[in-house]
Design a protein. Sequence first.
Length: 464
Amino acid sequence: MSTYDLIVIGAGPGGYVCAIRAAQLGLKVACVEGRETLGGTCLNVGCIPSKALLHASHMLHETHENFEKMGLIGAAPKVDWQKMQGYKAETVGGNTKGIEFLFKKNKIDWLKGWAEIEGAGRVKVGDTTHETKNIVIATGSEPASLKGVEVDNAAGVVVDSTGALSLPKIPKSMVVIGAGVIGLELGSVYARLGAQVTVVEFLDAITPGMDGEVQKQFQRILAKQGLKFVLGAAVQEVEVEKGKAEVKYKLRKDDSAHEIEAECVLVATGRRPYIVGLGLDKIGVALTDRGFVQIDEHWQTSVKGIYAIGDAVPGPMLAHKAEDEGMAVAEVIAGKHGHVNYDVIPGVIYTTPEVASVGLTEEAAKESGRKVKVGKFPFMGNARAKALFQAEGFVKLIADAETDRVLGCHIIGPNAGEMIHEVCVAMEFGASAQDIALTCHAHPTCSEAVREAALACGDGAIHA
Ligand code: FAD
Ligand code: NAI
């Protein structure tokens, strides 16, 4: 038995970042992880493998769609699925090993196994109980189940995101249930690899919570890329027979019943916190009504000395939100002032083009009772985006009409996920749209479109 200052449970982006920051601040730290490799959902079956497949399939799409237009003539590559899976596994492996290295470098003990909390200050892993001054729960999330639908990742017909990252073969047809981030990213991957993809969504728009104009334009772009959409449709059940699936749904507008057959069905209807086996009920850690671990403004649970972060607690289920909370809670435990600005957490969908947003949507800004102004600039007016064949989107900047302060930004366009950070920094510094408009932006870059949107909040964009 050893005594620690902190035991972190879970080595995803929340947990491993928390462990590293706590060690940097001089605490004696251990991190418990039950998986064979560190990095959590994000590195093993989330952000990283999905981005590897998005990258590879995007490259294929470029060769088919755009190479000839640029005068690059020749045989287009064919897909070797096993090799692409190998590239994905190598990308994941390199990153998970990297966390192992960082643990060693920072003298963090990896306690291998599944943890149970016996009480404040006591964490059991296997047969050993470890003593610690503080505990951070960073156990993440798992795919939510859907009534009437049985997921069997091993069979590869009805799968969740984990199964969809490692399908035995590329299906000819795929139904994606849920037009959220997972459904659209992985749906895009398989559409580019040749599958006929149909997305069935309960609501009347894709990507719930996003800016309305972005939702519409994003759907148009994906439809042009070959994805089909059935919106306002409630899936009733999925039947599997002879290796094929039949998705039965009802249209909400008239209750009419329909079905689609597909070789593969991806269930992507959200995720739920994963707290199985932790023993939280026994030790009295309170949960929210939606099953998340309840925390106060310092990430402390209802039990003193036990904290929680990441997907296991309320808020956006994003790796960088988990990381920020990991760093902040480590600071709090070390007696410093950890802080997360929940108003400035970007969200990115890594399709082509990418979709990125931060802060308030136009709808939310108006609902908040403010007078708002909107500066919009289409990538059609951006030379670089045109050269990249990605000029269908736009940048939309939302500012307070009275103070000019930037309230939010929404981008559909090339490298939107990189460009959004300029606006994040501006918002952190309480900048005005004019501050962005007066900042010199290099030419020719896609980022010039952000400046143009800021100019559009004032006297007008130049290239529109
Ligand atoms: P997790 O990453 O889920 O890690 C929790 C870890 O705790 C796991 O490794 C688990 O094994 C371990 N654990 C659980 N219980 C115990 C226990 N009792 N004992 C020991 N160990 C335990 N987010 C983004 O920001 N960008 C993206 O591009 C992105 N892409 C995604 C793609 C997919 C397909 C999926 C599924 C998710 C994606 N996400 C993305 C979401 C992101 O993965 C999560 O928000 C993030 O991983 C949450 O981090 P976490 O540390 O809270 O938990
Ligand atoms: P999500 O919450 O983004 O989307 C789920 C969708 O399914 C919603 O549009 C919802 O209306 C729909 N839905 C729910 N029940 C349905 C039903 N019965 N029939 C049809 N549609 C139904 O959840 P998703 O895509 O599973 O992702 C989970 C989490 O993972 C997200 O919170 C996201 O933040 C995170 N993630 C982030 C990524 C990124 O940042 N790029 C990539 C992938 C995941």
